[in-house]
Design a protein around this ligand. Structure first.
Ligand SMILES: [Zn+2]
Length: 82
C-alpha cells in the first residue's frame, strides 16, 4: 500500500516542511492538509498540493530527515535513502 505523508512546517516561515507521520488514506491526507507527499516507490515521492498554492519550500525525507532532491515537476527523491 502507498503511504501518504502530510507536510508540517518546521519553522515559522514555512520554508521548510517535514512529514511527521503517514497515513494509508489519501483521502485523509488530502482533506486535512495543504501539502502531502505520496511515496510511489521506495524513497521516491510526488508532492501534492491544493490549487492556488505553490511549492516554494524545502521538503525533508520522512525516513532520514535530509532534504529531498527535486527531480522534475512534482517529483522528488531521497539520495541518502536510496
Ligand atoms: Zn532519506
Amino acid at each position: 500500500m502507498k503511504r501518504y505523508y502530510p507536510l508540517i512546517n518546521i519553522n515559522g516561515e514555512g520554508t521548510d516542511k517535514f512529514p511527521i507521520f503517514f497515513t494509508l488514506s489519501e483521502k485523509t491526507a488530502r482533506s486535512n492538509h495543504m501539502y502531502y507527499l505520496e511515496e510511489y516507490a521506495p524513497s521516491c515521492f510526488i508532492v501534492h498540493y491544493r490549487i492556488g498554492t505553490t511549492v516554494d519550500f524545502t521538503i525533508r525525507c520522512p525516513k532520514c530527515g535530509k532534504k529531498l532532491n527535486h527531480q522534475y515537476s512534482d517529483y522528488y527523491t531521497c539520495l541518502s535513502c536510496k
